[in-house]
Design a protein around this ligand. Structure first.
Ligand SMILES: Cc1cc2nc3c(=O)[nH]c(=O)nc-3n(C[C@H](O)[C@H](O)[C@H](O)COP(=O)(O)OP(=O)(O)OC[C@H]3O[C@@H](n4cnc5c(N)ncnc54)[C@H](O)[C@@H]3O)c2cc1C
Length: 412
């Protein structure tokens, strides 16, 4: 068994740490903290099994001028970041061809179709199956045009095996009385489910890891000591060093900087999303609902509602634009009439997106003892447990039961 250092204790890192620990390794997690406040704390909390159609879609380039001009649109591009993002964006749009999209969707489907089973096994292992709510997610559409924008994505997802039932808006209201009755169309995403609170999930996983003897070191990894192909130790910002046999890079968006220090150029940008947690909302919502035109979802947490979404292309150092979070909350009234928004908490997260929307899982041929587990984009929460299972195989040099060639860190 090996001594493993997992760098990053977000949903992906802590999932890897737990699985490696269960497999008998001696595991240390490095996390600057606070635990649970990586990108996932701003997430919609969905185990998004059918979210397999890549973010890059045909016709995107034509839309860029609109994204630059309208800072309030569900998709936007920070003008100050546009130049810095250009190389990533060029690769991103190159993946928008229909044939590419299909291949990417099929690659993602291989991962997401086993995600619920992996996630449930993880929750059972830590004694918390209650953290998952197994109810379908509902998408809402104002009119025919609105539904038409999803047609190609629904068709592709169905073709690859997803179960999506189209119903009327009124039927959605009958399923969940909190939803406004006047949407024209809705879709039941049958394969999806959601967690009761993403921050609570990560905290609970970390607590379990620590209670089983796992070591959590508070600090940020900054540098590595290595010879040609083998890393000996990682140095933290506070000057401490941690040696190990194996290292896992799972620091979300920050994995890009760390990987560069190891000579591996990962192409990732942080696509910003926002969430506002509403306490005392006065609404009893039972399902996660997505309002397609608004670009956001609303998820019932244990004791609150979270209004989360939008995609803002901005560079890693860009400060939050909280106005975007506030806009989502205003639009949420369309979905949930009577929503009370007096007691709120705003959150921001950077989804670590690769230009092809595929995560980065596996070893680089340049390094003998480093495994990458990052770049999960909009699917990190969904794929944490599945990624962990794959990483556990990679570490012991066993071929995973899922072909991971398409997720290689060397593909860029
Ligand atoms: C608005 C929004 C909605 C979303 N909805 C969903 C959804 O419904 N379903 C879904 O599956 N996904 C969703 N996502 C995406 C999901 O949150 C991310 O894919 C996921 O959080 C990525 O996990 P991660 O562990 O790789 O990164 P993170 O969650 O960002 O965690 C990375 C961790 O690394 C730590 N770190 C950073 N630098 C260092 C360093 N130098 N050394 C050590 N540690 C470091 C950070 O502190 C952090 O804790 C959403 C995201 C957003 C923003």
């Amino acid at each position: 068994m090996s001594r493993v250092v997992v760098i990053g204790g977000g949903i992906v890192g802590v999932s890897c740490a737990l699985t490696l620990q269960s497999n008998g390794h001696d595991v240390t997690v490095v996390e600057p903290g606070p635990v649970g406040e990586g990108a996932s704390w701003a997430s919609c909390g969905c185990i998004a099994v059918g979210e397999i159609v890549p973010l890059s879609q045909p016709g995107m380039l034509m839309k860029v001028p609109g994204w630059l001009l309208d800072a309030e649109a569900p998709l936007s591009l920070r003008p100050a970041s546009a130049l810095k993002l250009l190389p990533w964006f060029a690769r991103f749009t190159a993946n928008a061809r229909p044939s590419k999209m299909r291949t990417i969707a099929a690659d993602l489907a291989r991962l997401t179709f086993v995600a619920t089973a992996d996630f449930k096994a993880q929750l059972v292992d830590i004694g918390h199956p209650d953290l998952l709510v197994e109810r379908p997610v509902i998408k809402l559409f104002d009119d025919d045009n609105d539904l038409a924008t999803m047609r190609a994505a629904f068709d592709l997802a169905r073709e690859l095996g997803c179960t999506i039932d189209e119903i009327s808006g009124h039927e959605a209201h009958e399923i969940d009385a909190a939803i406004a009755p006047d949407f024209k169309h809705a879709a039941l995403l049958r394969d999806w489910s959601f967690v009761t609170e993403p921050k609570l999930l990560v905290e609970t996983l970390m607590r379990n890891f620590a209670s089983r003897g796992g070591v959590v070191v508070a600090g940020a990894a900054v540098e590595f000591a290595r010879d040609d192909r083998t890393v000996q130790s990682v140095r933290l910002q506070n000057g401490h060093t941690l040696g190990a046999d194996e290292f896992v890079i799972a620091a979300g968006m920050h994995s890009r900087i760390l990987s560069k220090k190891l000579g591996v150029a990962l192409q990732m940008e942080g696509v910003i999303g926002y969430s506002t947690v509403l306490y005392d909302s006065g609404i009893n919502l039972r399902h996660t609902v997505f309002y397609a035109k608004g670009g956001f979802g609303i998820t019932p947490y244990q004791d609150a509602l979270a209004v989360a979404g939008t995609a803002e292309f901005a560079d890693l150092m860009a400060a939050p634009n909280w106005n975007r979070a506030d806009i989502l909350v205003k639009r949420a009234h369309r979905v949930l009439p009577g929503l009370n928004i007096e007691k709120t908490e705003r959150r921001m997260g950077r989804r670590p997106f690769t230009p092809d929307t595929r995560p980065i899982i596996g070893r680089s041929r340049r390094l003998a003892n480093v495994t990458f587990a990052t770049g999960h984009g909009q699917l990190g929460l969904t794929l944490g447990a599945t990624t962990a299972r794959i990483v556990a195989d990679v570490i012991v040099r066993k071929a995973p039961d899922i072909d991971i060639q398409a997720f290689s860190p060397d593909r860029f």
